[in-house]
Design a protein around this ligand. Structure first.
Ligand SMILES: Cc1ncc(COP(=O)(O)O)c(C=O)c1O
Length: 410
């Protein structure tokens, strides 16, 4: 006999809150105190942002690392490196934060969306290739929830079509694909240090590359295009915004970077344990991890199988009743349907820019990515094990998921 579900009046699996913790502490404080004593809060003349860039670059074996103010700006720096002509197309994924898309549009490029696979929730390489046109100038892969995309297939497509690849690693710090860190497989990697991310300075971002042309251009783009090394009258070499990270953020980002391995390894161990405990769970499956890949679990994504006798909402409500928080559908709709202005392709006043610069009519509606809508309809996100949770709490999450999957399946 399955146990009575809490939603039907049974006992809850979990009656106490899960352990949480403070992401920042002494190490961050020490770096911040240095900054205050030094008195320079701007990155120019300071030491912390530069040290953060150097240490982040070293961890990734990257030639260039450019700190900025958010994950969105890190992606904007990447798009600025590519320097599209208005109307050019960048192929990306429809399950993401608006921060992946806004930079493409601000640089006058048009985002084209490839469908996501139902098991990995990541972009389907075959659909990326099908969406390439002669206006395509880049592919932006998004490693959703910390789960690496199929970078072997994506890089193969990109090289055959001579396209640079941007990796949006905002949710995937130190995830690995075939022994390589995400962000180092494509041509440019972008990371967010927003509060909820693996490492944080409240808001921040960093862009890495090995390509000299991209690296040099990105450095200038991040700082209004100002070539500061030059003596004499000011020289602006690139058209760009001010995305300079300040020293206070840099101090925290530096301390966090030094703990990045420890944080991501603990999250990976907890997340992998949860996957293992759910190996034969009925009706609801964890996000598939490709062979040779390592996840760092920013979120714990699961999918309710097509023939399950319950919906994602029913599952999420029943799990919540067990004392285990659970979301359903992540962003709800493909990202291009999450914003009326984007759906209507009216972003800049009354103009149709940049859509009027393209060679063809691009439509964002329910027919654009139907498979992705189905993926979102069936997606659930039980609480993700964090670096603060002891193993027994992960076992409670697994027990509750199994209880609900079996109980609702009766
Ligand atoms: C996949 C992805 N890309 C980009 C961003 C934008 O990052 P930020 O919020 O730091 O601007 C986020 C933030 O949640 C994200 O999850």
């Amino acid at each position: 006999m399955p146990e009575t579900l809490a939603i039907h009046g049974g006992d809850k699996v979990r009656t106490r809150p899960f352990t949480s913790g403070n992401k920042v502490g002494r190490d961050e404080l020490k770096e911040l105190v240095d900054v205050i004593y030094h008195g320079t809060l701007n990155r120019w003349g300071g030491t912390k942002v530069v040290a953060f860039e150097e240490e982040f670059a070293e961890i990734h074996g990257a030639e260039y690392a450019i700190a900025s103010t958010s994950g969105t700006s890190a992606i904007h720096v990447a798009v600025g490196m590519i320097n599209p002509t208005p109307g050019d197309e960048i192929i990306t994924g429809p399950i993401t934060d608006m921060g992946s898309i806004v930079p493409i549009l601000y640089q006058g490029a048009i985002p084209i969306f490839a469908e996501c696979a139902e098991d990995t929730f990541n972009m389907d390489p075959a659909d990326i290739e099908a969406k390439i046109t002669d206006r395509t100038v880049a592919i932006m892969a998004i490693h959703l929830f910390g789960n690496p995309c199929d970078m072997t297939a994506i890089m193969d497509i990109a090289r055959r079509h001579n396209l640079p690849v941007i990796e949006d690693c905002s949710q995937a710090h130190l995830s690995e694909h075939d022994g390589r860190l995400v962000g180092t497989i494509g041509d440019i990697g972008c990371f967010s240090l927003q509060q909820s991310k693996h490492i944080t300075c409240g808001d921040g971002g960093i862009t890495i590359t090995d390509n000299d042309e991209f690296g040099m251009r990105g450095r200038l783009f991040m700082d209004k295009g100002w070539h500061r090394a030059q003596y004499g009258p000011r020289v602006y070499e690139v058209f760009g915004p001010n995305y300079r990270m300040n020293e206070l953020s840099g101090a925290v980002a530096l301390a966090q970077t030094r703990r990045m391995h420890e944080i991501t390894e603990t999250r990976r161990a907890r997340g992998d344990l949860l996957v293992e405990l759910l190996a034969d769970n009925p009706h609801v499956r964890p996000q598939k991890l490709l062979d040779g890949c390592k996840h760092t679990y920013w979120q714990f994504g699961m999918r309710v199988e097509e023939d399950a006798p319950f919906t994602a909402d029913e599952f999420a409500k029943a799990l919540q009743a067990e004392g285990v928080s659970c979301g359903a559908h992540y962003i709800g709709k493909p990202i291009f349907l999450c914003h009326e202005a984007l759906r209507n392709r009216r972003l800049f006043g009354d103009s149709r820019y940049p859509f009027d610069m393209g060679d063809r009519e691009v439509v964002y509606d329910e027919t654009t990515c139907p498979r992705t809508q189905d993926v979102l309809d069936r997606m659930v996100q039980p609480i993700c094990p964090t670096q603060f949770m002891p193993e027994d709490e992960v076992r409670d999450i697994a027990r509750a998921i199994r209880k609900v999957s079996e109980g609702l399946g009766q």
